[in-house]
Design a binder for this molecule. Sequence first.
Ligand SMILES: Cc1cc2nc3c(=O)[nH]c(=O)nc-3n(C[C@H](O)[C@H](O)[C@H](O)COP(=O)(O)O)c2cc1C
Length: 177
Amino acid sequence: MNTIVIYKSKYGATKKYAEWIAEALSCEMVEAKNVKASDLLKYDTIIYGGGLYAEVINGVSLITKNFEELKKKNLIVFSTAITPLSYREYYDTYVIKKNFKPEMLEHIKIFNFMGKMLTDELSLVHKAALKSLKKIMMAKENPTELERLLVNLCDYNDDECDRESANVLINYVKNLK
Ligand SMILES: Cc1cc2nc3c(=O)[nH]c(=O)nc-3n(C[C@H](O)[C@H](O)[C@H](O)COP(=O)(O)O)c2cc1C
């Protein structure tokens, strides 16, 4: 089977997963900025990965904007993020709604992995964005569980990238016919 891994990665978390996945599947890996949708037509299986930024999977529009052309392929999308994976409502409701139309979900298999966010690596723009998000969330009178979580995540400083966790995606692709 002809497979490609495409990734967009600002701080390297998604790139690490893309490398692990491409290595395990012995397939091509390419950065999203070097790919056009038309380049993808020759592949049977297309794996796209991006970090989550304000709940948007970085660059996933490469897949969603070209969905009609690509929907007959095996489409796999993965995100890397800092929200704990146990917070299923976040991933299965908010993130899904923000990135995909309902009809896409039948055709796209989605995986979520833990990523990294290290304070020392963040750009000034991202540091400022997180600071103002925290301020907005802290000003809420009756914060929801999600808003409380976001306040804490603004101070996240860790690397939870985990090679083993990518096996679920790798095995899924290996079992495709
Ligand atoms: C400005 C900013 C916004 C972010 N927004 C989210 C978010 O909405 N949800 C989340 O779980 N993680 C969020 N993150 C964390 C990133 O998704 C995480 O660091 C990811 O692993 C980065 O992947 P990359 O290095 O491949 O770009 C955010 C990080 C930054 C700097």
